[in-house]
Write a protein that binds this ligand. Sequence first.
Ligand SMILES: Cc1cc2nc3c(=O)[nH]c(=O)nc-3n(C[C@H](O)[C@H](O)[C@H](O)COP(=O)(O)OP(=O)(O)OC[C@H]3O[C@@H](n4cnc5c(N)ncnc54)[C@H](O)[C@@H]3O)c2cc1C
Length: 324
Amino acid sequence: MARNILVVGELEEGALSSTTAELVGQASRLADGGQVSVTLLGSGAGGAASAAFEAGADRAFTSDDGGYDDYNSDPWVGAVENAVGQASPDAIFVAQSVVGRDMGPRIAARQGSAVAMDCINVEDDGGELKATRPCYGGNAQATYSFATSPAVATIRAKAFDPIEPRAGASGETVDLGAPADSRTTITGRELAESEGLQIQDAAIVVSGGRGLGGPEGFETVEALAEAFGTNRAAVGASRAACDLGWYPVSQQVGLTGKVVTPDLYVAIAISGASQHMAGCSGSKMIIAVNRDPDANIFATSKYGIVGDYKAVVPALIEAVKAAG
Ligand SMILES: Cc1cc2nc3c(=O)[nH]c(=O)nc-3n(C[C@H](O)[C@H](O)[C@H](O)COP(=O)(O)OP(=O)(O)OC[C@H]3O[C@@H](n4cnc5c(N)ncnc54)[C@H](O)[C@@H]3O)c2cc1C
């Protein structure tokens, strides 16, 4: 069934974010002849539109106005509403990001519709859109259909693969103009301490837990991430390890930390508490290393290695290096 889908896009340093490309790609798979539109707001939006067309969009609602650079809900929601009015979407996809978590419910409320938050899949089921999201701290998954239109879903990064870029594809660009006045003023911004690849963006996340026995255990975890390649692997940690001061809180995975959905999640000396799994259960594959054969983490792992991480991880590092 043909459906129009609008993606609320985001920019990273003036370029199309990888999550936006993934959402546009999935929208193009589900549009079935309908139109895929994307909103792009802030400096670089005009340039990012061509990347959005290559990623599967037919139409881009853009504004290069720097007034959109710092996310502020009033002007952003106003601009997206403007695009909704013109695109008449059946569904609106928003990233489950800092921006999207705020935008999704606002857009749904303004449209008199409902929102499914934190989705790991949105698919066509016999002509009907169905959204799947983890529940009960990641121990189960619930699938929702939408009784109202447009269906609004906030979707995790890496839930979908982007489509093969349509080199040289073009589309229609519509100017959204300058931002409207806002009722709130952003007085300052502090970036959390975190270097290199962010865990939410990494294709591989290697995480360590309390079973490492101390902060020095993270050297082994970091060595495994380095063996995979620092351009695609990042290091995470359980809350227990962060609370003990062994690793920065910015790297915490879980209910009260970051949610990651990498292709591969390697859990080293982590028990697999539900609050931890809430942050990684959407991973495409989980490999666990734990010396307790009954550890909960093995229940959700594709592969499990029972043993002391001090013996297992160096062997894994050698194997990864050998595989190149
Ligand atoms: C409201 C709330 C929110 C929370 N949010 C989070 C969150 O966001 N993220 C999070 O992670 N937790 C969170 N927690 C805490 C969570 O419940 C667990 O306490 C925590 O995840 C445990 O961390 P861990 O697995 O590293 O430690 P442990 O549970 O102590 O597990 C250590 C594991 O290491 C194994 N081990 C020990 N030595 C070795 C060795 N030498 N080699 C191999 N394996 C070994 C053990 O068998 C064990 O399975 C939250 C809790 C609450 C109540």
